[in-house]
Design a protein around this ligand. Structure first.
Ligand SMILES: *[C@@H]1O[C@H](CO)[C@@H](O)[C@H](O)[C@H]1NC(C)=O
Ligand SMILES: *[C@@H]1O[C@H](CO)[C@@H](O)[C@H](O)[C@H]1NC(C)=O
Ligand SMILES: *[C@@H]1O[C@H](CO)[C@@H](O)[C@H](O)[C@H]1NC(C)=O
Length: 448
């Protein structure tokens, strides 16, 4: 192991915040360079990131884009789940992943909001409470990152995300757009790709019933029950009672579980696996929060992944504080964002589109938690002047395997908005359809 010289000129403000030292390690194999570090984004708030340089056999990393991946939850770890379960160079068994995005981009995984994954806070009042805080923390992280890694300042920078990560990506993209325009952060930010975006979550809730009914997963009685609770969620949203809406969302999930014999919210053709009990330092008092946490965060840190991250990976990384365990603060991250969970961010997407930022929405056909009908519903609510033209377009089929006629996805794109319907994929598109996900990333980053 070789410690990276901290040669980059750290701005005074960040110096005062106290950065830790970074580490650079090469894989023992022919794989590319990787770097990771902590950035203190606020007092008592430390964010962990992990960068892999692209390993294309034919191109230097400097000719390929930089992709930042944001996990959902909130509280899901990008450096763990996105990296080892979805798009990183190695899978959970540390075997090479054939469909890794690293062959076409450098990858930046960030454990955000603080408290997620290997990120941590020292005081419980340092957790983020809303999207604005999440975005401002990320600005500090990215500023530090680009100043220390000048080689990426001129490389196209894209944000890809999943689930609640989509909502964070929207907020972060808009902030980044504003900051880069003022030239205080020197990176060539270009595109926000909001996978399964948590843009207006109530739209998903409202379509749960019809979607499951059409897939033979609800009967008339069940449909009526689900529709009733969905209306209650909508009512709470309309009254801006966001905590109550979150609580009702949890109730809606339970109603669905009871009526579908436990359908998996992340892929309706599979069965939900029984979740193990919440392990956290936090004493939950409300059962709906326990339930929501199980659904939205716990599944992102299954025991096998947790063992990998808290075992071989932390040993390799060397800079993780002894008393910080991967995922140990995730429940608190989730709980502190409770009031933000159900807030819609359509207006942010509108601002991005208005500003000319490329926005891509992609969704798995078999995803329930943020189902495709729900995505289409919020897209229809955009105020973007080009929306009627987008809506009038016909979609085009995509075939990720040229040797078969199997349809992998449909895509529609007009000006700076694109929508991908990914077939035979659930919530975790790159896990379920690795080839198509890779192709989509190449299309979005203008490589195909
Ligand atoms: C790759 O790009 C970097 C940054 O532009 C440059 O320093 C390096 O020499 C290049 N490597 C090769 C093999 O071309
Ligand atoms: C902050 O938390 C980390 C991780 O738990 C710990 O290692 C460190 O000592 C703490 N720092 C302070 C100043 O309390
Ligand atoms: C943004 O989208 C437009 C239209 O698809 C495309 O021409 C342009 O190259 C994209 N820009 C980037 C940076 O991907």
């Amino acid at each position: 192991m070789e410690l990276a010289p901290r040669s980059c000129p750290v701005p005074l403000l960040l110096l005062l915040l106290g950065l830790s030292t970074g580490a650079v390690i090469s894989w023992p194999t022919k794989e590319g360079k990787e770097v990771w570090d902590y950035v203190t984004v606020r007092k008592d708030a430390h964010m962990f990131w992990w960068l892999y340089y692209a390993t294309s056999p034919s191109k230097n990393f400097s000719e390929l884009p930089l992709v930042m991946w944001l996990q959902g939850g909130p509280g899901g770890s990008s450096t763990g789940f996105g990296n080892f379960e979805e798009i990183g160079p190695l899978d959970r068994d540390l075997k090479p992943r054939r469909t890794t995005w690293l062959q076409s981009a450098s990858l930046l995984f960030v454990d955000n909001p603080v408290g997620t994954g290997f990120s941590y806070v020292n005081k419980s009042d340092a957790y983020t409470k809303d999207l604005a805080m999440v975005a401002s923390d990320m600005m500090v992280l990215l500023k530090t990152f680009f100043e220390c890694h000048k080689e990426f300042q001129t490389i196209p920078f894209y944000i890809f995300s999943e689930s609640y990560g989509g909502k964070m990506a929207a907020g972060i993209a808009l902030e980044l757009y504003k900051v880069t325009r003022k030239m205080t952060l020197f990176c060539s930010f270009l595109v926000a790709s909001l996978g399964f975006s948590w843009v207006r979550p109530v739209d998903s809730v409202l379509s749960w019933g019809p979607y499951l009914y059409s897939m033979s997963l609800l009967d008339d009685q069940g449909l009526a029950e689900v529709s009733r609770v969905a209306e209650q969620v909508l009512d709470a949203i309309n009254k801006r009672l966001y905590k109550e809406a979150t609580e009702l969302w949890g109730k809606a999930e339970m109603v669905i579980e009871q009526n579908t014999d436990g359908v998996n919210f992340y892929n309706i053709l599979t069965k939900a696996t029984p979740t193990s009990t919440v392990k956290s330092s936090l004493e939950f008092t409300q059962s709906h929060i326990v339930h929501l946490f199980q659904h939205h965060v716990r599944h992102l840190q299954q025991d096998a992944l947790s063992q990998l991250m808290n075992g071989p990976i932390r040993k390799k990384l060397k800079i993780i504080p002894e008393d910080c365990s991967w995922g140990g603060q995730a429940a608190s991250v989730f709980l502190n964002m409770e009031g933000d969970f159900m807030k819609p961010v359509i207006s942010i997407v509108d601002e991005l589109l208005e500003a000319g930022v490329n926005v891509t929405v992609y969704n798995g056909q078999l995803d329930l938690i943020v189902d495709t009908m729900g995505q289409e519903a919020w897209v229809r609510k955009l105020k973007w002047a080009e929306l009627p033209k987008f809506s009038q377009l016909k979609w085009k089929p995509l075939h990720s395997d040229p040797k078969t006629s199997e349809t992998s996805a449909f895509v529609k794109s007009h000006k700076n908005l694109a929508f991908y319907w990914i077939l035979r994929a659930g919530h975790m598109v790159p896990s379920d359809q690795g080839d198509m996900a890779l192709q989509m990333m190449r299309l979005v980053t203008q490589q195909e």
